[in-house]
Design a protein around this ligand. Structure first.
Ligand code: HEC
Length: 198
């Protein structure tokens, strides 16, 4: 038995070495966390690959910001995720630290399918929008991006786009829409970081 485990250790050691070498090589030898924003040297953002394993904040269905629009039957869903390190800081402070990254995933909806008789369910991804905080990189601290599923780096959306004005005028914590993320509202109120929504 003892001899057997020595033998299997000898067999396994080179395998483990190769596995650990290839994991390091994949990141170019750098210690990069998949839970933090990754940029190129031109402030382009690499699409976050594992956002589906992050903290889920909420889903919106057919949300619209125009008073005269009725909710369409085929309106999309959106799902909001935030990276775990930022979520942890938020729980302690009610504020978002540098390195915060949100993903808003837009999915088409359907109401007919399988056994469903009423209501709506989610379908394919239609778009990914990202909101990142990095006070060293961006003079305005936050930047927005639209990314695609195919790992291409995305350039920041220009600061005069409506993303920035709507988020800064109506977001209740910093430039984020915490008023729509039910698990965060009480934390922000308790920490005194919640602005009255407009
Ligand atoms: C008219 C207002 C408005 C505009 C313009 C707008 N958003 Fe938002 N955004 C919202 C609201 C409301 C939410 C909350 C969504 C929810 O609850 O599901 C949100 C949430 C988000 C989130 C999730 C994180 C956060 O900040 O709360 C991202 C990412 C995002 N928007 C990206 C964008 C991008 C990119 C643009 C520009 C292309 C944009 N938004 C333009 C209103 C706006």
């Amino acid at each position: 038995m003892a001899e057997l485990s020595v033998k299997s250790a000898l067999v396994l050691a080179p395998v483990l070495l190769i596995v650990s070498l290839s994991l390091t090589a994949r990141d170019g030898g750098k210690e990069e966390s998949p839970d933090l924003p990754r940029f190129t040297d031109k402030n382009q953002l690499l699409p976050p690959e594992h956002y589906r394993e992050w903290i889920f904040l909420s889903s919106g269905f057919g949300m619209t910001y125009n008073p005269s629009t009725a909710t369409r039957n085929d309106a999309p869903f959106d799902n909001v995720f935030v990276n775990p390190p930022a979520y942890k800081t938020f729980q302690q402070t009610g504020s978002w630290p540098d390195g915060t990254i949100f993903v808003l995933e837009i999915r088409s909806s359907a109401s007919k399918g399988s056994i469903n008789q009423g209501g709506h369910f989610q379908q394919d991804v239609r778009g990914l929008e990202v909101h990142v905080r990095d006070g060293h990189r961006f003079p305005e601290k936050w930047a927005f991006y639209e990314v695609t599923g195919n790992n291409h780096p995305a350039s920041p959306i220009p600061q005069d786009a409506s993303c920035y004005s709507c988020h800064s005028a109506h977001g209740t914590v910093d430039t984020t829409f915490v008023q729509f993320y039910p698990t965060l509202i009480q934390i922000a109120k308790a920490k005194g970081t919640f602005k009255a929504p407009e």
